[in-house]
Design a protein around this ligand. Structure first.
Ligand code: NAD
Length: 282
């Protein structure tokens, strides 16, 4: 029943191309929401230390009865500004995430933001290399890294990030960054793939394609990502939408549909919803 294709990461690990994101799901609701997603057929879950719902996510995973190797669990280091991030702090934060998730390893561990003004992501990444070597994260990667940040990682460390998870949707298609990923063998993972369910899903260009295929606007946007090769992690707490967002493997967009959606983000730099990684530090 699980038709989600797998993307082969640069370390050989297979990652489901579509997963379930849990940002803004309170811990007390996470067990039910993640449980609904696992029941619907999702096998990849994207959480983070800062989301405060690793414990609820871990409960749902434990209660699912699914074999650990069937699941792909991602969490992220909250390298927030309250402390200096040396090796010990990173390892402690990772241990804390594993304990909350009730797991002995995660499938993917990400540095949440580069915070380039603090000049510490290379040092953090070296501890991530150690975590990967220990097997406690099957893959390690980054989030919100810009081309210049990826350049520094390449120049100053050994391991190429498996994934860069970034804001990406038709209004903010990240063409330059995607080209850098392709060159370096980094998988592109789209956060806020539905543009947070706001303006994007109401645009006539999107709804016309949805009507033509007898699908929802959200399903059309998810197909746009999948056909471009992006990994997606749409979020919803509504059971019907959780299922709808997974039910995107029974139709395909035509080249003209893709071109019409590409045109939404063409010109200028596109429109970001979230923070700019160049400036984000709080
Ligand atoms: P999203 O684009 O997935 O949109 C989610 C919202 O869209 C929902 O809250 C709902 O209002 C609406 N929606 C969902 N399904 C719908 C449907 N079928 N029809 C109509 N509306 C629908 O936005 P997101 O939650 O910001 O991003 C997804 C995930 O990405 C997060 O949960 C999180 O895991 C991850 N994320 C990561 C970062 C990062 O810095 N790494 C930042 C933001 C989000």
């Amino acid at each position: 029943m699980n038709q989600v294709p797998a993307i082969k990461l640069n370390d050989g690990t297979l990652m489901p191309q579509l997963g379930y994101g849990v940002w803004q799901v309170p811990d007390a609701e996470a067990e039910r929401a993640v449980g609904t997603a696992l029941e619907a057929g999702y096998r990849s879950i994207d959480t983070a230390a800062i989301y405060g719902n690793e414990a609820g996510t871990g409960k749902a995973v434990a209660a699912s009865g699914l074999a650990r190797e069937e699941l792909f669990v991602t969490t992220k280091l909250w390298n927030g500004p309250k402390q200096k991030w040396g090796r010990d702090q990173v390892l402690r934060a990772f241990d804390d995430s594993l304990a909350k998730l009730r797991l002995d390893h995660v499938d993917l561990y990400l540095i949440h933001w580069p915070r380039p003004m603090r000049d510490d992501f290379v040092a953090i990444w070296k501890t991530f290399e150690e975590i990967a070597a220990s097997g406690r994260a099957r893959s390690v990667g980054v989030s919100n890294f810009r081309p210049a940040d990826l350049e520094r990682i390449a120049a100053e460390s050994e391991l190429v990030p498996a994934v860069n998870q970034v804001e990406l949707h038709p209004l903010f298609p990240q063409a330059e960054l995607r080209a850098v990923h392709a060159e370096r063998g980094i998988a592109t993972e789209a956060w806020s793939p539905l543009g947070q369910g706001k303006e994007l899903l109401t645009l006539p260009a999107v709804t016309a394609i949805a009507d033509k295929h007898g699908r929802s606007a959200a399903q059309v946007v998810l197909r746009w990502h999948l056909q471009h090769g992006n990994i997606v992690i749409p979020k919803s707490v509504t059971p019907a939408r959780i299922r709808e967002n997974l039910d995107v493997f029974g139709f395909e967009l035509e080249a003209g549909d893709i071109a019409a959606l590409d045109a939404l983000g063409a010109g200028a730099a596109g429109r970001r919803i979230g923070p700019d990684p160049a400036a984000f530090d709080v």
